[in-house]
Write a protein that binds this ligand. Structure first.
Ligand SMILES: [Zn+2]
Length: 175
């Protein structure tokens, strides 16, 4: 598996959809501080699709990471429906990848923003069972779901390359 090639693919279309993914292109920019491109207007719920095999306790640990930084979340709940796919408004849904979204990458996150306010309305984290169990992957993707972009500082949670990343939350404190 080429899981170590984790580079940024972030593009935005004019209909308010933004993807953060890994595995295609490397964007070589370096900023002094991590950049939160989008913010939520509301406090999101997290819906975990059972078919991802991601345990609620695992998601809760990732939520705790961000709560310690000042972010708020509504309930985290399990969806047992086999066609568990699209987030409702005010939700982050953790779902199995659609064909072609993740491939050999660990995970990807899509956020939908309001055309009017630019704020995040809903987000979708695509993840395979093996990535859901992997250290730091959920924390990283929830970071994208909160609007954070990649940050190329060694040991940082938002580092695009999993092997160079770590648990550092430098610059991520909620303002
Ligand atoms: Zn990423």
């Amino acid at each position: 598996m080429m899981l170590f090639l984790l580079f940024l693919l972030a593009f935005q279309t004019n209909n308010g959809i933004s993807y953060s993914s890994h595995g295609f292109y490397k964007t070589s920019y370096f900023s002094q501080k991590p950049y939160q491109k989008y913010k939520w207007a509301t406090v999101p719920k997290i819906r975990v699709c059972q078919n991802t095999e991601v345990a609620l306790s695992r998601v809760q640990r990732a939520v705790d990471y961000w709560e310690r930084l000042g972010y708020e979340f509504d309930e985290v709940y399990l969806d047992r429906f086999s066609y568990c796919m699209n987030p409702k408004d005010n939700e982050i849904a953790i779902v199995l990848p659609e064909q072609g979204i993740v491939d050999d990458k660990m995970a990807a996150t899509r956020i939908d923003t309001s055309k009017i306010t630019g704020e995040i309305i809903k987000a979708k984290i695509y993840i395979l069972p093996r990535s859901g169990r992997k250290e730091r992957v959920l924390e990283h993707e929830i970071g994208h779901a909160l609007g954070w972009q990649h940050y190329n500082r060694k040991n940082h949670i938002m580092h695009p390359n999993w092997w160079l990343g770590g648990h550092s939350s430098y610059g991520l404190q909620k303002m």
